[in-house]
Design a protein. Structure first.
Length: 334
């Protein structure tokens, strides 16, 4: 019997939080390969906050996932059948395979993955899109200088955990903001940040930032937006930089969210706030990957991964990003 593909397609666009009701889980036969195509068996899928945005029918940096289409996701898989000379059976590949167990594509659409001595899933984490986001967002947009203070929200997450570690490698003070004592313990004790603010238990985020960043914030790397961004604005140092990486606190909102009322702090502090999209740096990913892989080998950078299992849990996994259920890069093992 032909291989069966277990896949999740978008049935209905969500308003607010996502549930399995918005998707269809189905089994369909895997089609026969044409010349030049490969059949990839999915091993790991990346679960990312951006996925929530891809479900909305709005203009963004990528088109939305269409109704009836397989939910978009980056992943790692193994070629199990090949009609492409340079993608042999048994090779590992990175591809935009989506939420499905089997992916048929032109060989050129899948990128060979030479994981070498590092675990393949690291290429979805510190050496993948989140790591590239941390690297270029911090170094190219935030431009931290030795001795300066870098504050990062979502500090126990995929991007934030790497931002703080790179800040330390650049000779900065790294202060995280994360939800709960366990996450803050990981951020300080395991990842080496200088301090971590538990925003879920601190009575005043503003006072906590003043306490942990006594010289002000030179770079604020913002992963969450909303009130956290508004508060951080008031604590910026002279000529500080705010890196707008994401705003996860607003992604499930059902009404338009207000901008930060404290924006005049940019004027007072001659500061600036700048957004970026990691894909703009794609040409420089190899350079960053090589440097970061060496940091990992040298024990200077930890790629923290949080692996959950089973394609049928993809939606629950996505929701973990919004409830704070993940510590480190959330990966689904299929
Ligand atoms: N600009 C780009 O090119 C780019 C690329 C990749 C990612 N991003 C953005 O980077 C951010 C982080 O992504 P990631 O993949 O590293 O996710 P992540 O940090 O691994 O996971 C999301 C985390 O956000 C926190 N969170 C959720 N709801 C929150 C709320 N209402 N207020 C405060 N914190 C909340 C949770 O941590 P706590 O338990 O600490 O609350 C959760 O664990 C996202 O905003 C994402 O969209 C941007």
């Amino acid at each position: 019997m032909a291989e069966q593909n277990l896949r999740i397609t978008l049935r209905e666009r969500p308003t607010g939080a996502v549930s399995m009701d918005h998707f269809t889980l189905e089994r369909v036969p895997v089609p026969a390969l044409d010349d030049g195509q490969v059949l990839v068996k999915t091993r790991y899928l990346s679960l990312d906050p951006a996925m929530r945005g891809w479900l909305n029918d709005v203009r963004s940096y990528v088109p939305p996932v269409g109704l009836g289409e397989v939910m978009r996701a980056q992943g790692i898989g193994e070629v199990i059948e090949s009609k492409h000379a340079e993608r042999p059976v048994g090779s590992l590949v990175l591809a935009n395979m989506g939420w499905q167990s089997h992916y048929v594509a032109a060989g050129a659409m899948v990128q060979p993955l030479e994981a070498g001595d590092l675990p393949p899933q690291t290429y979805l984490a510190a050496l993948g899109m989140p790591g590239m986001t941390a690297y270029f967002g911090l170094l190219d947009v935030g431009k931290p200088e030795q001795g300066q203070t870098v504050l990062v929200s979502g500090a126990a997450g995929a991007v934030g955990s790497v931002v703080g570690q790179i800040a330390k490698l650049e000779g900065c003070r790294a202060v995280g903001i994360a939800g709960g004592p366990d996450k803050c313990a990981v951020v300080v004790d395991e990842l080496g940040f200088d301090a971590c603010i538990d925003y879920k238990n601190e009575p005043s985020l503003s006072k906590a930032i003043r306490r942990t960043c006594p010289d002000g914030v030179h770079v604020y790397f913002d992963n969450v937006g909303g009130e956290t961004l508004n508060t951080a604005l008031r604590r910026m140092a002279l000529r500080g930089r705010i890196v707008i990486c994401g705003a996860i606190s607003t992604y499930n909102a059902t009404t338009p969210q207000p901008g930060p009322s404290n924006y005049m702090a940019l004027l007072v502090n001659r500061a600036r706030m700048e957004g970026f999209v990691v894909f703009d740096y794609a040409a420089r990913f190899p350079e960053a990957r090589e440097r970061m892989a060496q940091w990992i080998r040298d024990g200077k950078l930890i790629s923290r991964e949080h692996v959950i299992h089973g394609l049928e849990h993809a939606v629950d996994g996505l929701n973990m990003l919004f409830s704070g259920g993940n510590t480190g890069k959330l990966i689904l093992e299929v």
